[in-house]
Ligand binder design. Structure first.
Ligand code: HEM
Length: 518
């Protein structure tokens, strides 16, 4: 029954070999398990074949994803169709993921509509992170959106605002109900079209129509963005409609650029007193400025012009209208703001842009508005390489993952803004040293953050502040038909931006009587 002496060394050898191989396998397996564990994506709901988690988005995706993140966490994985997506829903997660990895998440995903409309992502908003984006970003921040350039359009904003005040004064005298949404949107559109295109009324109308359609199509749910393999079939007919709108843009823009060129060539350029964005871009196309040649052509110019229009239009109008809505719902806040304006500006004076830094309560009102109503619900980004995120269990995010920062959820996070997070209360910003850029606090980032943050912030804030301040300083506002403040419908509509679902209607009465001076 004993093994033969000859066989003994062989058995020892085999046993040793078995032990060595088993240990190696166990070690390899445990290393693999550890490695796989380290490469865990953030948690998220189970995905269905083909559609993934698309069915969970609903009509108001920012709200649906906020509820889901309460279950799965503020860094959450989803598969939207075929697209791997990570949704960020807290300031802490922004800090961890985006602030610490700014360049990794500095790219944007491609969307069919924006790609077609902006001439194959030749603009700034949707261009891939890299040298082209850097060049365009530099051009925009230095030559179109710098503080001095924004200030050079002060007169234009004043003229348009003067017209708004006259229109509302007429309605006040007649005790009419004003469609405030219409009045504010028209005023912002005129400011933007004149500043960007130097457009006259007809061109403004042609452009308006195309822009409204372009914004609607860009904000619509497009299957091709989530199941790219179906894109070619154009099942929703969207691609055809986008191409048609894009052609309409191109025709109007070509006409406007041609007029500017003719003006330059024939030396009969009308004395406008200020250069619009088309003038500036054409001069940059033909000349080196400060030793810098941006190497731009007509296509780049058109794509950037569209970005400037789209970036400035809905963001500013939407913010002003939410602020007015909340002021109508909170007479105490309205009164505090009017008291500040009366003290700083004086009763029979129009608000001037150089008064704005003195209006600290106005600043708090704007901050509180942007906290609750970000101009767009999500900031879209894309990762440019694989990355491990430390903290929160250490998640792994693959290159090419789409990242959606849910600004709407971040602004309403009860862990940061306390249990009254849903309440409009500008005073909450009183002793908080929170800037608009998230430099210190990632809990408040209405203009995004990092190198990809909004380059139009200065222009956006000046526009929002001056229009709101003037409308509140010149008029008292009431809801029509005896509606009480808490009866005002505050529902939102999801799209490229997040505007009120219904137009805001109100009845003005004049506060400033007699001669008004600027
Ligand atoms: C209240 C007004 C505005 C708000 C709340 C706002 C908000 C934002 C946000 C959240 C982003 C995304 C930033 C990120 O990815 O981190 C953005 C990007 C951008 N905004 Fe604004 N914006 C406003 C006004 C404007 C104006 C007036 C312009 C230009 C005329 C503008 C032009 C842009 C552009 C070009 C980008 C893309 C930047 C890039 O990808 O490099 N925005 N904005």
């Amino acid at each position: 029954m004993f093994p033969s002496p000859l066989a003994l060394p062989a058995i020892i050898l085999l046993t040793l070999l078995f032990i060595i191989l088993s240990t190696a396998t166990i070690l390899r397996r445990s290393k693999q398990i550890k490695h796989n564990h380290q490469k865990q994506p953030p948690p998220g709901p189970p995905a269905w074949p083909v559609i993934g988690n698309l069915h969970l988005l609903g009509k108001l995706p920012h709200r649906s994803l906020q509820s889901l993140s309460n279950k799965y966490g503020s860094i959450m994985s989803l598969r939207l169709g075929q697209v791997q997506t990570v949704v960020i829903s807290s300031g802490e997660a922004v800090e961890l993921l985006l602030k610490k990895n700014d360049t990794v998440f500095a790219s944007r995903p491609k969307f069919e509509a924006s790609d077609i409309i902006s001439y194959g992502s030749k603009g700034l908003v949707f261009s891939e992170y890299g040298p082209y984006w850097r060049n365009m970003r530099k051009l925009c921040t230095l030559h179109l959106l710098s503080v001095s350039k924004v200030e050079s359009f002060e007169g234009l904003r004043r003229e348009e605002l003067g017209r708004v005040v006259e229109t509302v004064e007429r309605a006040a005298a007649a005790r009419e109900v004003v469609d405030v949404t219409r009045v504010v949107t028209d005023a912002i559109e005129s400011m933007v079209y004149k500043m960007v295109l130097g457009a006259d009324k007809d061109e403004e109308c042609e452009m308006k129509e195309a822009i409204h359609e372009g914004m609607r199509l860009s904000g619509a749910f497009n299957l091709a963005d989530y199941v790219p393999c179906l894109g070619g079939l154009d099942l929703q007919g969207l691609k055809g409609a986008i191409k048609k709108t894009s052609k309409a843009f191109d025709e109007v823009l070509e006409k406007i650029i041609k007029e500017h060129e003719d003006g330059i060539n024939s030396n009969t350029q009308k004395q406008k007193g200020r250069q619009d964005f088309v003038d500036i871009m054409l001069s940059l196309m033909h000349h080196c400025v400060d030793g810098q040649n941006y190497g731009i052509d007509r296509t780049n110019i058109k794509a950037i012009l569209l970005d400037m229009i789209a970036g400035a239009l809905e963001t500013s109008a939407t913010t002003i209208l939410w602020a007015l809505s909340e002021l109508l719902r909170h007479p105490r806040v309205m009164k505090t703001l009017q008291d500040e304006l009366d003290t700083v500006i004086g009763m029979n004076k129009m608000v001037k842009e150089n008064d704005l830094p003195k209006l600290s309560y106005l600043e708090m009102v704007i901050k509180e508005t942007l906290r609750l109503y970000p101009a767009g619900a999500f900031v879209p980004r894309e990762s440019t390489k694989d990355v491990m995120v430390d903290g929160c269990g250490g998640y792994y995010i693959k290159k090419g993952t789409r990242v959606l920062i849910n600004l709407w959820a971040i602004g309403r996070d009860p862990k940061v803004w306390s249990d009254d997070a849903e309440m409009f209360c500008p005073e909450r910003f009183k002793d908080k040293d929170m800037d608009f850029r998230g430099l210190e606090y990632c809990e408040f980032i209405p203009f995004g953050l990092g190198r990809r943050g909004c380059p139009g912030m200065h222009l956006g804030l000046i526009t929002v502040k001056i229009v709101l301040a003037q409308l509140i300083h010149s008029f008292n506002w009431e809801l029509p038909w005896g509606l009480s403040p808490n009866e005002l419908d505050m529902s939102e509509r999801f799209g490229l931006s997040l505007p009120r679902a219904k137009n805001l209607l109100a009845v003005p009465t004049s506060r400033i009587l007699g001669n008004k001076t600027f």
